[in-house]
Structures are given as C-alpha cells and as structure tokens.
Design a protein around this ligand. Sequence first.
Ligand SMILES: [Zn+2]
Length: 230
Amino acid sequence: MNFTWEPLADGISRCRLPFLDVTIGLVWSSAGALLVDTGTTRTEASAVRADAEDLAGREISHVVLTHHHFDHVLGASTFDGAAVYCAPAVAATVTEKAGRLRADAVRYGANPREVDDAIAALRPPQHPTTSEVIDLGERVIILGHPGRGHTDHDLIAVVEGAERTVVFCGDLVEESNDPSIDAESDTTAWPATLDQLLSAGGADAVYVPGHGASVDARFVRRQQQWLAVH
Ligand SMILES: [Zn+2]
C-alpha cells in the first residue's frame, strides 16, 4: 500500500493524502468501485488507484468529485476508464478554467510540471449532476447537493453501510483546520446546509471531512455553531 487506509464499514474506506491532508473515499462491492475525490497530480492519483484497486479487487468504475478545487479534481485525469460524476460547476471549471486550477495548485505548493501533466490529461466529466443514486450492488451511493457553503455546488456522498452510514462531506466539513472560507463561500447559508447534511446521514453516521479525521454528528454541530459566528 502506498497510503494508510482507514476502514469505515464493510466495503467503505478512505485515506488521507500527505499533500494538504485531502480525503480520498473508496466504496466497493460486487458491481464496481467508486472513488470520492482524486487528489492533485497523476503521480498521487496513480498511487491512490493502485491502493484502491488492490483493496477493492476491481478497477475503479466510478469517480465522484465533491467540488471544483484543484486538490479534489486534478487527479481525475488518471481514471480514464471511470464514469465521473460531479456538479455542473465542476465540469465547467475542468473545461473552461484550467488556468485557475493550475494557479491555485501551484500557489499551494504542487509541482508545476505535474500540474500541467494532470491538466493535459483531464477530460470533461461525463455525468454533471446534483442528485444521483449510484447502485454498486451491496452498496448504494446517494449523491446530493445539500446547499451552498464551502462553494455554491458542493456534493456529498451518503453510503449506507451494513454497520453504519458513512457520509463523505467534501469540504463542507473540515477537521484538520477551520473550514476553508473564500470569496465563493457562503457562510450565511452554510449552517443550514449542514442541517441538510446531518439529516441525510443521521445522528449515528460517520462524517468524513474533506480534510482531517472522521468525525461524528456532534462535531458537525459544533462546526455549524462556529460558522454561525464567522
Ligand atoms: Zn475545497
């Protein structure tokens, strides 16, 4: 294994990438394997792919991109055989704003040549959507947009596990730092968006942030209170 993978439930795992502590989620069962977010470079994503396909025992068939920030999107260029699901805004960024992805990635410390390689191999995502049910047999992934927050288009992936529900939150929830707020964030709407996220997962779900350790519903409530005063 190239990375340490944290089992979340049967057929559901995730790893935290060394670069920027980005979460990569993995869900698999008899009909496929789905990755949530992809990291920044093809080198990084290739290492994720090798691990994920080893764990799942099958090729990655589906990729979900939670939002259009470079550290979640650029590695998608490695998964050329997978169906890519994302919000329409992510597809627009990939096809029309590669320069912005590059500038942001380099500003955060990514290798410029590796970023250029990833951008050159990026394809337009085939499945722009804000609501989708992906059936992998024993595991069903429900994609949804709970509202504006970190961006105006964040998607979450809710997976009912045999033991417990797992919610991949993208950057609507962060644990290793305060939530990332920039010009396109909506801090007014964000707390209500977290209400929707919590009702999608329930009180006993595991909530997996875009950056940081897995948390519970009480942590998400505390973050909601923090956002309400920022
Ligand atoms: Zn982000």
